[in-house]
Ligand binder design. Structure first.
Ligand SMILES: [Zn+2]
Length: 505
């Protein structure tokens, strides 16, 4: 008397099929779960027994063996409660085997028999589709996320009883409706920013080419305010990008029943974050770098981030993805983001302030500045210094340009990049090293200006290529037809990198 139903577990942002096999043995009543279950999966036995009894089912008075396959994959989380309960009911002849074979089952059970959502249902829906299944049975709060995958039949079950009646073929369950797009977080707009023409230009160039950016300036000069408005000038998410972002947020359990992520993510972790929190790892959950995929990762007070945290970002900045090693292989998480860092001029923040004195010892200032160089900073193409905005500018209520106007220029520049690269590469910043010279088509004068800078400042080939990418973006921002990279673009790219901070790389 054995049965098989289909469950799933989450690996990074991907769903993985787990076959739940249940067998009854003529021994003393007990439950054994085999197949590398974690503690939370082993505790499932108690939840399932209570939920079944509370729902009016009998619990078998035999030894129940639950086997989770593939056996070498570690199973974690509470989502196996529903398939284990269904497997027991199926083995007892209470469900329709054909219907059970068509649906993927994921959900946590309360002791009273209610179903509760688990994270990652969007990935499970994609899995059901890829397996050619008819659909999924999910708890409310998870089903609406899964319904964003249009090709599968997602049914909402509030209780174990409802799920059992559906799987037994004695009732129908409501189909889940896709959740409405996430709530618009609010009108963060560039028109709220007074003054700061240099920073506005740097933001526009960064957005137009997907370049990384560092803003330096005293506290209160508007660095955070500017950074938070970058998503408002980035191109609108394409449907594929929106789904990719939603899948990551779903896997991290951050969607909270909300719908498609419809705006570019802006993630601003505090400097006390652990390396695992930044790039993922704890329980294989996506970290901030993946949550910022297709958007902005903002590191305020960048020099305060511990060295380890800064180091782990080098990989994703180079490869646009994160590879986490685990027992039995590795998983890959998407992490293509714009890095925006902000720093005060010194630990107290007052260095260079017109009225407030800096109280930092010279040694502290030197240590602080040293953290603004090195391999990670080498990957930041644009640096801009901000000063406090003078009261006369703050009081002048002449309207600044709004985000829509900036975004229109950014969209045009990105459109030129898409045309040039044919879709596989979405921005100049993402262009592979070997294609940079060919794609930027520099004039002879532009190349010699670049060579002169590289020789004078001892720049590495990598920094040279990064300069050329920014120059390409400046050319893409030009009015009129897109042309080659000219010497003026290279000069401007060098100036935007603030050459006094350049590293020899
Ligand atoms: Zn200071």
């Amino acid at each position: 008397m054995s049965s098989q139903v289909l469950g799933a577990t989450l690996l990074g942002v991907d769903g993985l099929k787990v076959t739940v096999e249940v067998d009854f043995l003529r021994r003393l009543p007990s439950v054994a779960i085999v197949g590398l279950p974690s503690l939370s999966v082993r505790e499932s036995a108690d939840r399932v027994r209570s939920a079944m009894l509370a729902s009016g089912f009998e619990f078998p008075r035999q030894r129940v063996v639950v086997s989770l396959a593939p056996a070498d994959l570690r199973k974690d989380g509470t989502g196996f409660d529903l398939p284990i309960a269904a497997g027991i009911l199926l083995a007892g002849g209470r469900l329709d085997p054909e219907r059970c074979a068509q649906y993927l089952l994921v959900g946590e059970l309360t002791l009273g028999g209610l179903l509760r959502p688990v994270r990652g249902s969007l990935a499970f829906a994609a899995l059901a589709r890829d397996l050619g299944l008819k659909g999924l049975v999910l708890p409310p709060g998870a089903a609406e996320e899964a319904a964003l995958v249009a090709e599968v039949d997602v049914r909402v079950a509030r209780t174990l009883g409802e799920a059992a009646e559906f799987l037994g073929g004695t009732r129908e369950l409501a189909r889940a409706c896709p959740a409405a797009p996430g709530i618009h977080v609010g009108p963060l707009d560039m028109r709220d920013v007074r003054g700061q023409p240099g920073a506005r230009e740097a933001l526009e160039v960064a957005a137009a080419g997907g370049h990384n950016l560092l803003m330096e300036g005293p506290p209160g000069c508007g660095k955070t305010m500017l950074a938070a408005r970058i998503p408002s000038i980035l191109p609108t998410l394409t449907p594929e990008e929106a789904l990719a972002c939603t899948r990551i947020h779903s896997a991290a359990g951050l969607l909270g029943g909300g719908g498609l992520v419809s705006e570019r993510p802006f993630r601003a972790p505090h400097h006390s974050i652990s390396p695992a929190g930044l790039v993922g790892g704890a329980l294989l959950r996506p970290g901030e770098a993946s949550l910022a995929h297709n958007g902005v990762l903002f590191l305020d007070e960048f020099p305060e981030f511990p060295r380890m945290a800064r180091e782990v970002l080098r990989g994703p900045l180079e490869d646009r993805r994160i590879v986490l090693s685990r027992a039995g292989g590795s998983i890959t998480l998407p992490a293509s983001f714009m890095l925006v860092a902000a720093a005060n001029p010194c630990p107290c923040g007052n260095l260079g302030h017109p009225t407030r004195p800096c109280v930092c010892p010279e040694s502290a200032r030197v240590r602080y500045r040293a953290r603004l160089s090195g391999p990670l900073l080498d990957r930041i193409d644009l640096r801009v210094e901000l000063s406090p905005v003078s009261p006369s500018v703050l009081l002048n209520d002449g309207a600044a340009e709004d985000s829509a106007a900036v975004r229109a220029r950014v969209e045009r520049a990105r459109g030129r990049q898409r045309e040039r690269y044919g879709g596989a590469v979405t921005s100049n910043a993402a262009l592979p090293a070997e294609r940079v010279v060919e794609a930027s088509a520099p004039t002879g004068a532009a190349l010699s200006v670049l060579q002169r800078h590289m020789e004078h400042q001892g720049l590495s080939a990598r920094v040279g290529r990064r300069l050329l990418k920014v120059a390409r973006t400046l050319a893409d921002l030009d009015d009129g037809a897109p042309g080659p990279v000219r010497d003026t673009h290279v000069h401007r790219a060098v100036a935007l990198r603030l050459d006094d901070n350049l590293e020899a790389g």
